[in-house]
Design a protein around this ligand. Structure first.
Ligand SMILES: [Zn+2]
Length: 502
């Protein structure tokens, strides 16, 4: 660690700049003098306006490290999918939890909020002040670490070998709750909590909660205590995204969000009858033993009269039905339901005729072609079919590779609600479709949702949690999510559609 500059040219708020790798006192002085920067805010502005380019003393590496430490690195703009971030984040948590200095550690930031893509990983660590240098040393030696970008009293910024940035925020036991709360919320959420705290006589800062009257720390060993001081209900991390929710500060209006434990089945699954990797029997027995709280699964292989290759052809359907019957006989009840995923053709018709559709327990209709045109009319027409129970991956987006096609969602959700057609939250990491914003709109319109993994292999059944996060971020309770219902209740939902359309 460098010694602190005792120079009057460097304002106290800019001293943490010297915690950044490669940034010397002279370099900070140059920034202050040549750019007239006097505060952290002015520094952020100068970096954003790329004014650091004008300081010859700074190397390109210096400028990059400053941008990274300030979370302003444009190169970090390529965001990773939530699933990959979770796997990577868990590996880091596992490593640091082995250090005896680390008393507690938790994800914070967008990862903890379950956002569909993640820019960097934030972790809050409980560590005593005296142990922080030791912790820094150990983090520097972790096999995952490429190098430390910045290290100060209260945070460490690390670049991993895979170019991912990880920010560790350090707190002692007494301030862990406030620190975790501060770094979990979006910027907007944390700002709105700051102003709410001020109204109630507190200063809410990254390193803790202070009583304004006597300027003393208020102990907050966990987040619940902070919420209690602010007279708020505990707010689940998924809802700490936008200002409205932070300030729609209840009290006591917090929805009881849907949880994974409430899920009773998975309603989109592909087997080796179409493009999946496993037999129906393998998938059924796997889910039956690994997810004991599930009461049913719905096999929904692709089927089409119109195309060939990795789809069920009409004459396969009865043979598949016989196979499912044998599996259910072995299990002892109708655990495996007979579903299908049909294509919505360009004109809105479906890829199987009605006589076949009506033989299935569950019919998903999905757009698998013409991804750039406005698909409102196709979705409306599919909702109007008396045999379609659910629209699969309704927006068609693939995160990082395909934009959603244009759709008039007001019209589609109104039609879905009026026809008792469910909308899917497809939980595949690159789909998460519908997304949180559209799900919120859907439930406001009275539309029911189904969270499906769309599993094509055994490991993919784990994606269910990703879909749960989408639903929770949208504020869904279990009553919004059809597959938290028993199959008898789902039959009632299907019957309401038949009654409406008939
Ligand atoms: Zn599909």
């Amino acid at each position: 660690m460098k010694t602190r500059a005792n120079s009057n040219v460097i304002p106290g708020t800019l001293e943490p700049l010297m915690d950044i790798r490669g940034i010397t006192t002279d370099k900070v002085k140059a920034i202050c003098q040549q750019l007239g920067v006097r505060s952290w805010r002015e520094l952020v502005t100068a970096v954003t306006l790329e004014q650091l380019e004008g300081i010859p003393l700074l190397t390109p590496e210096n400028r990059k490290n400053i941008r990274r430490a300030l979370k302003l690195d444009k190169d970090a703009d390529h965001r990773m999918q939530l699933w990959d971030a979770i796997l990577q984040g868990k590996e880091i948590l596992q490593s640091i939890r082995q250090f005896p200095e680390v008393k507690r550690a938790s994800f914070a930031g967008s990862l903890r909020r379950g956002k569909d893509t993640i820019g960097d990983i934030d972790i809050v660590v409980e560590v005593a002040g005296a142990d922080r240098k030791k912790l820094l040393y150990k983090i520097d030696r972790m096999p995952l670490t490429d190098r430390i970008i910045a290290a100060g009293k209260s945070r460490i910024c690390v670049l991993l070998h895979n170019q991912l940035l990880v920010y560790f925020y350090l707190a002692d036991q007494q301030h862990y709750g406030a620190t975790l709360l501060y770094y979990t919320g979006s910027d907007r959420y944390s700002l709105s909590l700051e102003s709410l705290a001020a109204q109630k006589g507190y200063r809410f800062e990254p390193d803790g909660l202070y009583d304004i009257k006597n300027n003393e720390y208020v102990a907050t060993e966990n987040e619940e205590e902070v919420f209690r001081h602010l007279l708020l209900d505990y707010t689940p991390p998924e809802l700490r995204e936008d200002q409205e929710l932070a300030t729609a500060t209840n009290p006591h209006k917090m929805p009881s969000l849907v949880t994974f434990d409430q899920v009773k089945g998975d309603m989109q699954i592909h087997t080796d009858w179409s493009d999946g990797e496993e037999s129906i029997a393998h998938m059924a027995h796997y889910v039956f033993s690994v997810f004991p709280h599930y009461q049913y699964i719905v096999v929904t292989d692709h089927a089409s009269n119109e195309r060939t290759g990795h789809v069920l052809r009409p004459d396969d359907i009865s043979r598949q039905a016989a196979e499912i019957k044998d599996i259910n006989d072995a299990i002892g009840y109708d655990y495996v339901k007979r579903g299908v995923e049909v294509d919505i053709l360009e004109n809105g018709a479906l890829s199987l005729p009605d006589e076949l559709l009506k033989t299935f327990d569950w019919v998903i209709a999905s757009v698998h072609s013409h991804f750039t045109k406005d698909n409102t009319a196709r979705l409306l027409k599919a909702c109007e079919s008396p045999y379609v129970h659910c629209i699969g991956h309704p927006s068609g987006r693939l995160i990082g590779s395909r934009h959603p096609y244009p759709v008039d969602w007001d019209q589609v959700f109104a039609k879905a609600a009026a026809t008792s057609t469910a909308m899917e939250i497809n939980a595949r990491p690159n789909r998460l479709d519908l997304n949180d914003i559209l799900v919120k709109k859907a439930i406001a319109n009275g539309v029911k949702l189904v969270i499906d993994t769309d599993a094509h292999s055994l490991a993919q059944f784990d994606f269910m949690q990703l879909g749960i996060w989408v639903a929770r971020r949208a504020g869904c309770c279990h009553t919004d999510i059809l597959n938290t219902f028993t199959w008898e209740e789902i039959e009632k939902f299907k019957k309401s559609k038949r009654n409406i359309i008939a």
